[in-house]
Design a protein around this ligand. Structure first.
Ligand SMILES: C[S@@+](CC[C@H](N)C(=O)[O-])C[C@H]1O[C@@H](n2cnc3c(N)ncnc32)[C@H](O)[C@@H]1O
Length: 226
């Protein structure tokens, strides 16, 4: 499956210094492009692609068994709106043109729990900056984790970038998975061992017409609760 089908769906990064318009990855025009970093076995990616056949999906995952799992699901469900980068997502983020993606999902990303490894976490000032650049106005960065240290880390780093605001208004907004996200394998594993999960949705402010409303107090209270 990997040898026969991946070449059809694989994203080839442009040469250094060149950019990639994600709409061009798809055979037919798509109304939006959504990107998932570290899709694992692809439950969320494939469910989204099936639910939104008019959206183009980019999935990034260096784990080859996960890529193979997604390829067979994509083929079985006859999805023509999925493209795969079987590698680190960061060079792709760097290559995508400004304001070209509607949603970026980072779900149950490796938490690197030991303090000396925290800097390996996918969420960092530079990836947040890259996501802010490629997201369209009012686009969403969607993050989930069962590791509360990583949840606080993500909350602090994303809201430190003034282009993002956290959309939560009440505890249920981060304690319950949004209805338009789908469950993943790692979420199921976390719930099976009784771990709580947190779901953070951040909105990128509009480029024209000023900033999104100030949400500092909400962030502070959320960080304390989480
Ligand atoms: C803990 S797993 C979660 C998989 C899936 N999202 C889920 O919830 O079941 C994290 C995944 O992120 C992938 N990953 C880690 N760093 C990555 C990066 N820089 N770019 C793309 N994927 C990455 C890993 O290979 C791994 O499969």
């Amino acid at each position: 499956m990997v040898d026969s089908y991946l070449p059809r769906l694989r994203i080839v990064l442009p040469r250094k210094g060149e950019s990639l318009e994600p709409q061009t990855l798809f055979d037919k025009p798509v109304r939006d492009v959504w990107l998932e970093v570290g899709f694992g076995a692809g439950e969320h990616l494939v469910s989204q692609a099936e639910a939104h056949r008019d959206v183009g999906f980019i999935g990034c995952e260096p784990f080859i068994n996960g890529v193979a799992a997604v390829l067979s699901k994509v083929k079985a469900r006859q999805l023509d709106n999925v493209r795969i980068l079987d590698d680190d997502a960061r060079p792709l983020l760097a290559a995508l043109v400004d304001a070209s993606v509607g949603r970026v999902f980072v779900l149950f990303s490796d938490p690197w729990p030991k303090a000396r490894h925290n800097e390996r976490r996918f969420i960092s000032a530079s990836t947040v900056d890259a996501v802010a650049r490629i997201l369209k106005d009012r686009g969403h960065l969607c993050f989930a984790s069962d590791h509360m240290g990583y949840v606080r880390w993500a909350l602090e780093r994303v809201t430190a970038d003034r282009r993002f605001s956290w959309t939560a208004r009440q505890p249920a907004d981060w304690r319950c998975r949004p209805e338009d996200w789908f469950p993943t394998r790692y979420e199921a594993k976390a719930r099976a061992r009784g771990a709580a999960c947190a779901y953070l949705k951040f909105e990128r402010e509009g480029r024209i017409g000023g900033r999104a409303p100030e949400r500092k107090s909400l962030v502070r209270s959320g960080a304390e609760v989480i």
